[in-house]
Design a protein around this ligand. Structure first.
Ligand SMILES: [Zn+2]
Length: 363
């Protein structure tokens, strides 16, 4: 799975490839997001990029826009090559250093003590059929056990420990991907705790799940969380209108730095919770990129750039230039990471507002 085949998630993908390129890879990570967000594919594409023998780095032509060697423009700064021996094995989900664990249950062919090991070929076929968006229920349907619930059990945990104690055959890492990790039963979760806490140097374990509600807090605290934003149409629609309104209000108060209005705005956003805060920051990055592209194309770029305020639509984009957009992106990214690391949202958004205000005037 190359990143280019994953719908949307451009901002997150570019952050992930930057982290891999810098070599700051966490040995235990949790990709948290709805099935429709593509979290599972992102995790596979992440591992494929990590192991690719010819990572492709594209040439930046303007902030947020790159071009490949054939001159095609892309939203991605980098991707795996898709054709080297390592990438081919990932595409077929047959890489000898990648082990995929998922919920399993008894079936007609496996009558007792099931584990993911028994269903590897079924899982490959399931992935081929459903691509990035297969759900857990579709997986159970594929196994022919519609009403039985799968689990990740002791035997799976024992296999994971066995895998990561082997030396990698050919990749730089021994990799384990645990899909639907919320289905770990308590014994398997407890068995994995120590492994997650003290992974060996060349191990990479990625958990993928939709919700952390049913997971042990001791597991969550041992993994680095990567939040995969929802791209589901209904949830984004409702939110985008709200985000657009906040964005317009925010940008307007930054022009004249009205402190009392700004404090009220920061108080409001500090209360909405970390997830929506992060989504708003991603929204702001996309919105500013749209404005910038509109500016350099002299207003002809019209890709869904509607803030629900005609005056703002017609004028704001002219202040986003090649001078200030890199600074804005960096400040927004920095705030996103601070929020992820549990910084105070009120302080983080206030500091961000001061920076953004000075950048707006730097056109
Ligand atoms: Zn490759």
């Amino acid at each position: 799975m190359q990143f280019q085949n994953i719908k949307k998630q451009r901002v997150l993908i570019n952050r992930l490839t930057e982290i891999i390129d810098s070599g700051r890879i966490s040995h235990a990570q949790l990709f948290l997001g709805e099935t429709q967000s593509g979290a599972l594919s992102l995790a596979i594409a992440y591992m494929q990029y990590l192991c690719c023998q010819h990572r492709q780095h594209y040439r930046e032509i303007s902030p947020g826009q790159w071009t490949d060697e054939h001159g095609h423009t892309t939203d991605l700064r980098a991707d795996s090559c898709g054709v080297c021996p390592s990438c081919r094995k990932f595409e077929a989900l047959e890489h000898p250093d990648l082990h995929i664990i998922f919920p399993s249950t008894t079936t007609n062919s496996v009558k007792s003590n099931p584990s993911a090991e028994d269903y590897q070929e079924d899982f490959r076929q399931f992935m081929q059929k459903h691509g990035q968006y297969g759900t857990l229920n579709q997986w159970y349907d594929a196994l022919g056990v519609e009403n039985k619930q799968g689990l990740i059990r002791e035997r799976d945990a024992a296999n994971i420990i066995k895998y990561i104690n082997l030396r990698p055959y050919e990749a730089p890492y021994k990799m384990v991907l645990i899909w639907a990790a919320e289905k770990m039963n308590s014994t398997s979760a407890n068995t994995l705790l120590k492994t997650l806490e003290e992974p060996t140097g060349n191990t990479l374990i990625i958990l993928v799940c939709e919700s952390t509600e049913k997971m042990l807090s001791t597991i969550i605290s041992r993994v680095q969380q990567v939040n995969v934003p929802a791209i589901g149409e209904t949830s984004t629609d409702g939110r985008e209108t709200e985000f657009a309104r906040w964005f317009v209000d925010w940008m307007r108060m930054l022009f004249k730095l009205n402190m009392s209005k700004l404090s009220a705005w920061v108080d409001q956003i500090a209360k909405i919770g970390r997830e929506p805060q992060k989504q708003f920051l991603l929204y702001a990055m996309e919105a500013l990129r749209g404005c910038f592209l509109r500016n350099i194309t002299k207003g002809t770029y019209n890709q869904t750039l509607d803030f629900g305020d005609e005056k703002f639509n017609q004028s704001f984009y002219t202040v986003i230039t090649q001078n200030n957009i890199p600074l804005m992106n960096e400040a927004l990214n920095h705030t996103l990471m601070s929020i992820e690391r549990n910084a105070s949202p009120a302080l983080a958004f206030m500091a961000l507002s001061f920076k953004m205000s000075s950048y707006i005037s730097k056109k």
